[in-house]
Design a protein. Structure first.
Length: 211
């Protein structure tokens, strides 16, 4: 009896499935996902800036900033910008700078407990759109009323990520000196009211790729 096209296709698929089952190939389950603490070294590590370094440096810089009289003991809380716009990466590593400054800003905001006011300059576009809606009558003036202009800032975080790399061509060992500089810039005078530095050096036989 002649098979139809559909029957022939079904027979071919069944044969392929049977062959795969009899080939002896065993599909093993992947490695289960494990949670790791961000303040400890993980299973994958290299010579660059990693999560434990970000946690350690932001905690240290936060503690240092809270000791600066201009930031916490001036009576009226100063307005501060902490974002990545002027936090430059000149190192050999690709890194999302916001991972550093966001953790620093959130930590400062929580620890300062109202002694500093943080200006969200990175959200300036959203602020401008809302101000336009209020002023053309599309929405009301909300509960705080209208201001002549958005909030200006007294100080701004600036800084730099830099590195010095070396590699032993015989052993393949990679070595990197990482230096992260944090400074608080007075936006009226242009003076630096505080500077902090975080540095460390790492070596590894096989470096990893950072993204």
């Amino acid at each position: 009896m002649r098979q139809t096209g559909f029957g022939l296709a079904a027979a071919i698929l069944a044969g392929l499935a049977l062959a795969a089952c009899s080939s002896g190939v065993e599909n093993k389950a992947g490695t289960p996902t494990t949670y790791q603490s961000p303040d400890t070294s993980g299973a994958v590590g290299g010579v660059g800036i990693e999560s434990q370094d970000i946690v350690s440096m932001t905690d240290q810089m936060m503690r240092d900033m809270l000791q600066v009289p201009e930031l916490t003991d001036g009576g009226k809380p100063p307005r501060v910008i902490v974002d990545s716009k002027h936090f430059n990466n000149q190192s050999s590593q690709r890194i999302d700078k916001d991972l550093i400054v966001n953790r620093l800003r959130v930590g400062l905001s929580q620890a300062a407990n109202g002694r500093m006011v943080f200006v969200g300059r990175q959200y300036a576009e959203a602020v401008e759109q809302e101000r336009e809606l209020k002023r053309d009558g599309t929405v009301d003036s909300a509960t705080s009323g209208l201001t002549r202009a958005p909030a200006g800032a007294d100080y701004r975080l600036v800084g730099m990520i830099a590195s010095l790399d070396a590699r032993n061509t015989q052993t393949g060992t990679a070595e990197r000196y990482n230096q992260i500089t944090f400074e608080m810039l007075d936006l009226e005078y242009g003076t630096l009211i505080w500077s902090g530095i975080y540095e460390f050096k790492k070596a590894a036989q096989d470096d990893v790729i950072y993204r």
